[in-house]
Structures are given as C-alpha cells and as structure tokens.
Design a binder for this molecule. Structure first.
Ligand SMILES: [Zn+2]
Length: 164
C-alpha cells in the first residue's frame, strides 16, 4: 500500500508522525484553553488516509468528528491535505472541537434558530440545494453561534471556519 503524493508531502513536512501527533495535541489543548475555557475533554486525533477523505456526496472533507460511543472515546479524524499548513490544522481542529463542544454540552441547550443573515453566509457556497440541506442538518444554530465566537477569538474568517 503506497503513500499518495499528499501523504508523502505530510511526512516530509513533519519528519515523523509522532511529531505531527504531538503538534496536533498541543494545538487542540491551546484551542480548548482559548475558546472553551479549558473545559472540554480532548478527543483523540487520528491521522487518516487520503482515500477515506470523501463524504457521501464525493466531496473532500478536511476532518471529521465522531462522538464517543460504548467502545471508543470521541475522535477527530484529520486528512492529509489539511496537514500541510498550520492555519488549516487550526481551522480543522477548531471546527471539529465545536462539534465536540456541542456533543458535550447538548443537555439544556436552547435551539435559538439560525441567524437572519444565514443566506449571506451561503452566498456562492452551495450550488446544490441538497448539499446545503445536508450541511444544515449537521450544523445546528448552536453550532453556528459557537463557531462565530471561536472563529473570532482565533482570528479566522467565519466562512473558512464553516466550509473550508
Ligand atoms: Zn462540521
């Protein structure tokens, strides 16, 4: 099983997967401190192969959050093409941490409804209405609200934070 070019580039950049893992761990802790008052338990970060990086619609995803279940702790899968740039890493980890935050704080969260300027956020984003619906299905109003705060405190553009 050979490495694809993107996977090779990741190895070249980080020298070893252990160094990369260490960096991801530290970055996750930093985001937890800065944006969640250090209150989240940290998910496990898993480096995943390029060939698993497409969603059901065939589009690439940078990372993926899986909530804990009976056998496993919460996990963030991150894909090679998001591991070549520290900004991308921060973006991906922070986005998935908001999913994790939502999972950990799901009790007692009010459903506020999407902001009125939601259509603006989507401008030029989804040509396909079904993809837009699918996105909304997994990104709640709470998610959106928290993302706005987190993106702001990290100095990341909200559009990138949500869709990159
Ligand atoms: Zn998401």
């Amino acid at each position: 099983m050979g490495l694809d070019p993107c996977e090779q580039a990741v190895l070249k950049k980080w020298k070893s997967l252990r160094l990369l893992q260490r960096y991801l761990r530290r970055e996750l802790e930093l985001i937890n401190q800065r944006c969640f008052a250090g209150k989240l338990s940290l998910p496990k970060v898993l480096l995943d192969r390029m060939r698993y990086s497409r969603d059901l619609a065939g589009d690439y995803v940078g990372a993926r959050y899986l909530p804990p279940n009976r056998e496993q702790p919460a996990r963030i899968h991150i894909f090679p093409f998001f591991l070549l740039d520290k900004k991308d890493i921060q973006l991906a980890l922070a986005h998935e941490l908001v999913h994790h935050w939502e999972h950990e704080s799901s009790q007692g969260l009010g459903e506020e409804g999407y902001p009125e300027d939601l259509p603006l956020l989507f401008l030029g984003r989804f040509q396909d209405a079904r993809k837009r619906e699918a996105w909304l299905h997994t990104h709640s109003p709470n998610f959106l609200q928290k993302s706005t705060e987190v993106a702001q405190s990290l100095g990341l553009p909200l559009k990138d934070f949500l869709f990159r």
